[in-house]
Design a binder for this molecule. Structure first.
Ligand code: ADP
Ligand code: PEP
Ligand code: K
Ligand code: MG
Length: 576
């Protein structure tokens, strides 16, 4: 017999912040035999299994925690990264940045000290792009990130980004770049060159290139950074005249346009995951990367295919799949792709080569919005601070672009060339960090956030409970102006449901495994801690308060709301 779901929340009479500690817990009459009601936290007893109304208990005195100073060994039983710990100690809860930061690692940042500088500067995720470098090189970088986490207490996650099978140039025979001057004739060839490349010659990775391209087509490098007109085809060689001069970078993306529109025929037949990608994916699974970002995803089918492949290859691999939205097809199938994926990336570099540039901002806004509605983390990527590859300060336009991404409440921002091969990776990261903090504060102080209408996404009744609890807890957190939300989460799901609500306060996410902790490092507003915890919420809270107080990260009197995916309840309390 289903019971209507009522949630009479009853706060103590005193509306001020020194709340007595009512603890809310509710026992739901389960619609299905699976979600057996759980014992509520408070003293109220209810027979497990006996149909009972929702019980909201307010025991008046609330849960009193006897704070015992944790031993130093005990206080090390909780893991949090050094930067967050320092921020909390120095500036308190409100200081913590909510927006996550992803840095592409390349020649400019592949030494241990450089990676450490990025981690200290706020990097949450290190991205390695399989379009460049060798697997050995990437294995070395992954090893350094792992060492950084172990030795310095960070939880920097690793994201491996596939090359994808779109058309791109070769590696310029090892040169770092090549300059194409206006009017010069260049040869783009599918020929395999073993000796050094002849002058003004570029190899192309796509065998069908010489067949598909036509005299009169326009050839765009990296979305238009350099342009050529196709003037002649001689077997495997395509002669082109440079019409927009610029710098050619290794393995830059190539697109060709005919009568003003993108030529997509053969591209559409190219597999999303190339044979090299499959080898790179095996590499990523073996190296235990946290995320795999798939380039040029066109439909949910490739994500589902890859998920079953990964599940078959390694039962315990919980690598998360990030779909890169960077083609017309990925926009057409956006919702299905995001539902199938664990997150998405607004890959504006190639996206801006596949659709008119002026459409990229609205596409970005739509992708970010759909991801939030579907509770999937979303990264805004590419050219955020492009000028800082060469200059120590950003343009005003770039600061406005970063502000807009933060204002849209994207989960994360990503540096590409700025941190991979730029001259000022740390300065670029500092700009992302300071703009994020500023816009986040502006949102909170000026109450600019019209709460986004979040559709129900629960796939089961017990999921609905979790969703309702998190939506309510986030709303209460804003109304009561609590200092922090605490969530105890085995899989990270409850934490993501809180993050989705974008509450004003930070969300301390306690989880027992380092891999879940690293994965949470991509989600807005989550501060991931590794902490072993039991099903007994009172003792979890008691231990957590003691540990965090011992580390100076919280203090008596701080107001906290705690939720957990074990015991479906909301607790409001002051730190003892
Ligand atoms: N692992 C690497 N090794 C060498 N160069 C790299 C590496 N990763 C990135 N880069 C350089 O940084 C530039 C920007 O990185 P990214 O945006 O990830 O690649 P792309 O723009 O080629 O898609 C690349 O074009 C390349 O010149
Ligand atoms: C992030 C992107 O993909 P990649 O850098 O791998 O081309 C992009 O195209 O913006
Ligand atoms: K890539
Ligand atoms: Mg791309």
């Amino acid at each position: 017999m289903a019971q209507t779901l009522r949630l009479p929340i009853h706060l103590s009479s005193s509306p001020n912040r020194s709340l007595s500690k009512p603890s809310f817990s509710k026992t739901l009459h389960p619609r299905s035999p699976f979600s057996a009601p759980r014992r509520p936290i408070s003293a109220l007893s209810s027979d497990l299994g006996s149909p009972s109304p929702i019980l909201v208990s307010d025991n008046g005195k609330g849960a009193i925690f006897h704070s015992s100073a944790a031993s130093s060994a005990e206080s090390s039983a909780i893991e949090v990264d050094a930067v967050t710990e320092a921020e909390l100690k120095e500036n308190g809860f409100r200081s913590t940045r909510r927006t996550k930061l992803v840095c592409t690692i390349g020649p400019a940042t592949c030494e241990f000290e450089q990676l450490e500088a990025l981690a200290v500067g706020g990097m949450n995720v290190a991205r390695i792009n399989m379009c460049h470098g060798t697997r050995e090189w990437h294995r070395h970088v992954i090893g350094l990130v792992r060492r950084l986490n172990v030795e310095k207490g960070f939880a920097v996650a690793v994201m491996m980004d596939t090359e994808g099978s779109e058309i791109h140039m070769g590696d310029l025979g090892g040169a770092a770049s090549a300059k194409a001057e206006d009017g010069e004739i260049w040869t783009f060839s599918v020929r395999a060159f073993d000796s050094p490349l002849p002058d003004n010659t570029i190899s192309v990775n796509y065998d069908g290139f010489a067949e598909d391209v036509k005299v009169g087509d326009e050839l765009l490098v990296d979305g238009g950074m350099v342009r050529f007109d196709v003037i002649e085809k001689i077997g495997p060689d395509v002669k082109c005249r440079c019409t927009d001069p610029g710098l050619l970078l290794p393995r830059a993306n190539l697109t060709f346009w005919r009568d003003g529109s993108l030529v997509r025929e053969r591209n559409a037949m190219l597999p999303t995951i190339s044979s090299k990608d499959w080898l790179d994916i095996d590499f990523g699974i073996a190296e235990g990367v946290d995320f795999i970002a798939i380039s040029f995803v066109k439909s949910a089918e490739v994500i589902n295919h890859l998920k079953s492949y990964i599940a078959a290859r390694s039962r315990d691999s919980d690598v998360a799949l990030i779909a890169k939205i960077e083609s017309i097809d990925s926009l057409k199938n956006l919702e299905e792709i995001i539902r199938a994926s664990d997150g998405a990336m607004v890959a504006r570099g190639d996206l801006g080569a596949q659709i008119p540039l002026e459409q990229v901002p609205s596409a970005q806004q739509r992708i970010v919005q759909v991801c939030r509605q579907l509770n999937k983390p979303v990264i805004v990527a590419s050219q955020l601070l492009e000028s800082m590859i060469e200059y120590p300060t950003p343009t005003r336009a770039e600061v406005a672009d970063v502000s807009e991404a933060v204002r849209q409440r994207a989960d994360a921002l990503m540096l590409s060339g700025e941190s991979a091969m730029g001259q000022y990776p740390d300065k670029a990261l500092a700009v992302l960090r300071s703009v994020s903090l500023r816009i986040e504060r502006w949102w909170r102080e000026e109450k600019r956030h019209e709460a986004m209408e979040l559709p129900d996404i629960a796939s089961s009744f017990s999921d609905s409970i979790s969703e309702e609890i998190c939506n309510s807890a986030a709303k209460m957190a804003n109304n009561l102006e609590v200092d922090a939300l605490f969530v105890y989460t085995k899989t990270g799901h409850m934490a993501s449901l809180l993050s989705r609500c974008r509450p004003d306060c930070p969300i301390f996410a306690f989880t027992a495994t380092t891999s879940v902790r690293r994965r949470l490092n991509l989600q807005w507003g989550l501060i991931p801690f590794r902490l072993g915890f039991s099903d007994d919420m009172e003792s979890n809270l008691h231990r957590t308060f003691a540990l965090l107080k011992a580390r100076g990260m919280i203090k008596s009197g701080d107001l906290v709301i705690a939720v957990s995916d074990m015991l479906q309840s909301i607790q409001v309390m002051n730190v003892p």
